[in-house]
Design a protein around this ligand. Structure first.
Ligand code: NAD
Ligand code: G6P
Ligand code: MN
Length: 433
């Protein structure tokens, strides 16, 4: 049997991953699932841990659920470690959203100035986890879900000791499901060739039963027939001719770049009402935990689908199963480029369709990205690399350059105003600065 350790186990998403392991028990025999959190998460961990125990009991699978506030106690013997933590909690996310918006700039969990601050808080914690893993479970594979997933994976690939590291996001699986709805077919019949970066990924080709249907799908998206795919991003329709001209499938996060003004206007309205996404999620989370406390609840409640990360367990569990079973199927993950996308360093993190083997993901060769999007992807990759350098060194000038080259900031003076205010607001989570 397998031992899985989930760090950030008090997350409201944990019932997702528990359900995923229950559903796949026959092919993925998990013996122990350790849910790990920190002292501040004690109560959430207790509630989620009890629910997890009821879920496995109800399902009749022999998965032992353990909870711990000490990851070093949990890690020895782990086969897979998953990370889903939020350094600074939702309060920090709300500040990441509200500070840039208060200056008239996009404030978002994983994009722009907010995404960068989340990375600066998270990278030191993730590298400490990586260090503990190298010592306590050197053969374990780290499946990172913690945002910003692309930057966190970049940091692990460049500065981590553990070479078995895979980043994950529910956006690609959500896009495949969205396209399946669009074509009115079972999701298992649809496959997309993904290439790009996390939250900056494109669907280059779409296949239905192995046949190319990219143009039909592009035309349907151009006709406004696809929803936004994730609950946290407002579904503003694309300009039809823009999508037709692009000829590939954008991800929902591309709205922040290709609909910059409109998205900012929408976010500013929410900011004014005190309803940024982090503020909304705070309420959703409180409601979810009220449900989780109910001793009669023994399944994942459908209300969890109001969170943006819906279906992440499917992404995580199908990945772990394919690694464990050496399935050699194709799945989109965040991994070292190794030549898959032209012009991105071999060791840098990309989100790309990969063959999943027991020796890890092997990226499919995607060649050069279309010229329409190659520049933006390269720019974001440069930003991500600079953010990692800033996060590891704590160098102010590097941080200022990183924030300035982000397209959602794009000004040294604005960057300095945002950076100073945000560094100050995050002091307790930034030991490196
Ligand atoms: P959350 O606020 O519930 O945080 C999860 C847990 O992390 C909390 O219980 C908290 O106590 C714990 N935590 C905080 N600091 C920690 C530390 N230093 N060590 C261990 N645990 C710590 O967050 P959430 O909304 O469940 O999201 C969790 C993470 O997953 C976030 O980073 C979020 O951005 C990410 N996420 C990623 C995707 C994706 O597509 N990759 C989707 C959804 C969420
Ligand atoms: C999407 C993204 C995640 C992100 C989440 C936010 O699914 O892929 O990376 O964290 O939405 O959802 P939330 O409900 O927290 O706003
Ligand atoms: Mn994501």
């Amino acid at each position: 049997g397998l031992k899985i350790v989930t760090i950030g186990g008090g997350s409201s998403y944990t019932p997702e991953i528990v359900e995923g392991f229950i559903k796949r028990y026959a092919e993925l025999p998990v013996r122990e699932l350790w849910l790990v959190d920190i002292e501040a998460g004690r109560e959430k961990l207790r509630i989620v841990g009890e629910l997890a125990k009821r879920m496995v009991k109800k399902a009749g699978v022999p998965i032992e659920i353990h909870t711990s506030l000490n990851r070093r106690e949990a890690l020895p013997g782990a086969d897979f470690v998953t990370t889903q933590l939020r350094v600074g909690f939702l309060e920090a996310r709300i500040r990441d959203e509200r500070i840039p918006l208060s200056h008239g700039y996009m404030g978002q969990e994983t994009n722009g100035a907010g995404g960068m601050m989340k990375a600066l808080r998270t990278v030191p914690v993730i590298l400490a986890i990586d260090k503990d893993m190298a010592e306590l479970c050197p053969d374990a594979c780290l499946v990172n879900f913690t945002n910003p997933s692309g930057i966190v994976t970049e940091a692990l690939l460049k500065y981590g000791r553990n070479k078995k590291v895979i980043g994950l996001c529910n956006v690609p699986i959500g896009m495949e499901m969205g396209v399946a709805r669009l074509l009115d077919v079972d999701p298992g019949r649809v496959r997309i060739d993904f290439a790009g970066l996390n939250h900056m990924v494109f669907g280059l080709n779409v296949y239905l039963d192995g046949e190319q249907v990219t143009r039909q799908v592009v035309d349907k998206i151009a006709a406004g027939q696809m929803d936004s795919v994730v609950k946290n991003i407002i579904n503003i329709k694309w300009v039809s001719e823009f999508v037709k001209g692009l000829g590939i499938i954008p991800c929902p996060y591309h709205r922040y770049y290709f609909k910059k003004d409109q998205m900012l206007a929408e976010e500013l309205k929410e900011f004014a009402k005190g309803e940024t996404r982090g503020q909304v999620v705070k309420k959703l989370e409180a409601d979810l935990f009220e449900l989780y406390k109910d001793p009669n609840l023994d399944i994942k409640p459908p209300q969890l689908e109001k969170r943006g990360g819906a279906y992440y367990s499917d992404a995580a569990c199908r990945l772990i199963s394919s690694l464990y079973n050496d399935k050699k199927d194709i799945q989109p993950v965040v991994t070292a480029n190794r030549g898959a996308i032209d012009g991105i360093p071999s060791g840098s993190a990309v989100e790309v369709s990969c063959v999943i083997t027991k020796n890890g993901p092997k990226p499919l060769s995607m060649g050069e990205l279309p010229p329409a999007v190659n520049g933006l992807v390269q720019q974001i990759k440069s930003f991500e690399r600079m953010v990692v350098e800033a996060a590891v060194t704590g160098d102010y000038n590097t941080a200022l350059v990183a924030m300035t080259i982000n397209p959602l900031v794009a000004s040294d003076e604005t960057a300095q105003i945002l950076l100073d205010e945000m560094l100050d607001a995050n002091r307790e989570y930034l030991p490196q600065f």
